[in-house]
Design a binder for this molecule. Structure first.
Ligand code: GTQ
Length: 351
């Protein structure tokens, strides 16, 4: 590859003249912004242990009343992007949110899409566009772009959940903002049971729902059952995984980030395809080892790990119990932009 001229090769006077006019020579920076064959990600493999986060989150509950926080969240920030950027990857934001009994996180809506994956505690709920979605461990609740949502808690113990937002992308695009709302009245039960039978969707008067987001809550009990059935019927080296989709269209549940759940059988090792999107793993049940470019991360219950794209990743369940993971990645975004790649196929062809 041709070595390109450096900034230092240019006379200072010339460089100053360019700077004064808001001009930059491309060639000293070209290889940086467009490296050969593979991107150079800022995202570094990072693990956050729930045991480390929980006491600090509970302390935040004592230090900062909910009214002063609006959302009481500790952000899982990837040091490769610098902590101030509050991003786990180019498009993913992760936060652990605490709601104490009796607290209420006021209604608002925002341009970034969000989801919550419930980590622990019973009795809390998110009201999304007037539908009350109860939170139990492992449930996924969508709050897509522009939809009103607020969190309440009628239970006895602290409730914690993992927030995933495409905030870094929205912020980069300069489209990130929120509106404050008023407490949602006329609240009804979540309509998610209408979609709990695979293969059929409600069609009152023979009309399919025109709602862009017909289902807000994906209960863990049902997802877990599906994974167990898959694992029981599949060959031992197959991957028991599901994608959270819009039940009316079969598209990804949200536009930018993809959401998935996976079961690792006891003793199972799974080599994941090497693909362009960054990916986040979160343990819903059990434990596992995640090898990212050969470095092992030991994941216990509710631990979370982020890995950059274009990276070989292997999942190993060393225990005698099944392990269940929630995953989120940037696949829908990459596909829409036309930059999605699966390098596994290519390397197979080459060899
Ligand atoms: O619960 O609506 O972690 O608006 C960051 C921003 C959670 C939320 C976050 C938010 C929320």
């Amino acid at each position: 590859m041709t070595e390109l001229g450096r900034l230092e090769d240019l006379p200072q006077e010339y460089r100053d003249a360019l700077t004064k006019l808001n001009l930059v020579p491309l060639w000293p920076s070209l290889r940086g912004v467009m490296p050969a064959n593979k991107p150079r990600p800022h995202t570094v493999p990072t693990m956050w242990k729930y045991a480390d986060i929980k006491p600090l989150l509970l302390q935040a509950g004592e230090l900062t009343p909910i009214e002063k926080a609006e959302r009481r969240v500790l952000v899982l920030a990837n040091p490769g992007h610098t902590l101030e950027k509050m991003q786990a990857s180019p498009a993913m934001y992760l936060g652990m949110q605490l709601l104490l009994p009796g607290e209420w996180a006021a209604s608002h809506r925002h341009t970034p899409n969000a989801i919550r994956m419930i980590v622990e505690g019973e009795g809390a709920y998110t009201t999304v566009e007037g539908e009350k979605c109860y939170m139990s461990r492992g449930d996924l609740i969508l709050t897509p772009t522009g939809l009103w949502h607020e969190h309440g808690h009628d239970g006895k113990d602290p409730v914690v959940w993992l927030d995933v937002l495409d905030l870094p992308l929205a912020y980069y695009l300069e489209v990130s903002y929120h509106n404050e709302g008023v407490k949602q009245e006329h609240v009804e039960a979540s309509k998610e049971p209408f979609y709990s039978t695979g293969g059929v969707v409600p069609s009152p008067m023979f009309e399919r729902s025109k709602q862009q987001y017909p289902m807000y809550r994906y209960p863990w009990t049902l997802v877990r059952q599906t994974l167990e059935k898959m694992a029981a019927l599949q060959a031992p080296d197959e991957m028991a995984s599901v994608t959270y989709v819009n039940p009316e269209t079969g598209d990804d549940a949200e536009n930018i980030l993809g959401y998935y759940a996976l079961m690792l059988r006891p003793g199972q090792t799974l080599q994941l395809p090497v693909r362009s999107p960054s990916i986040v793993f979160h343990v819903i049940e059990g434990s596992c080892e995640i090898d990212i470019e050969g470095v092992p991360y030991q994941m216990g219950l509710a631990d979370t790990t982020c890995a950059p794209g274009y990276t070989p990743i292997t999942l190993k369940n060393h225990s005698s119990q099944p392990s269940f993971l929630f995953m989120t990645d940037e696949t829908p975004l990459h596909r829409k932009l036309g930059v999605f790649e699966n390098r596994t196929k290519r390397s197979k062809k080459e060899t």
